[in-house]
Design a protein around this ligand. Sequence first.
Ligand SMILES: CC(C)(COP(=O)(O)OP(=O)(O)OC[C@H]1O[C@@H](n2cnc3c(N)ncnc32)[C@H](O)[C@@H]1OP(=O)(O)O)[C@@H](O)C(=O)NCCC(=O)NCCS
Length: 152
Amino acid sequence: MKIKMPAESLTIKTEVVCPNDTNPVGYLKGGNLVQWMDIAAAVTAQTHTGMICVTAGISEVNFFAPAKVGDILVIEAQPTRAFHSSLEIYVKVALIDITSAKRTLIADAYFTFVASNNNDRSIPIAEISPQSNDEKKQYEQALERKERRKNK
Ligand SMILES: CC(C)(COP(=O)(O)OP(=O)(O)OC[C@H]1O[C@@H](n2cnc3c(N)ncnc32)[C@H](O)[C@@H]1OP(=O)(O)O)[C@@H](O)C(=O)NCCC(=O)NCCS
């Protein structure tokens, strides 16, 4: 079985908040942000597996701070751990202050994708070899999160 490093499938997607993305008080709608996060995670899942993948679940979604029209967001998706046919991906969103280049974390979530090939869903996928301390921590905790989801 092939083994890949998390950074090999890192996806970075940039978005600018436009009027159509916002609610009546001018803040980015949560659903729009989750859609952008889902696309970044899908690219990561498909880059890691080399297969079409579908979203199986989204968990621990947090919105820490609002974004408004004109704000620039950087969405980063990186796999934490691969199981048999599924893959957990951590997605975080930072807002960039263009005057200082400071990044503020405004949202994060865990996405699970399942490799799917013409409805054959028991396809084994490449394993993940975490490198940094953060990646190792995410890798260890991914198993606990998977168990928690199963017991829901
Ligand atoms: C996700 C889906 C493929 C799972 O199918 P299934 O027959 O229940 O799959 P299985 O029970 O055989 O599980 C396959 C893997 O998916 C994982 N899985 C299934 N449902 C899950 C969920 N809700 N959350 C996280 N992981 C899930 C299992 O843990 C298993 O992982 P593993 O093989 O790595 O151990 C199926 O439910 C599906 O097609 N859902 C719709 C997907 C979709 O349309 N997404 C877009 C929504 S808008």
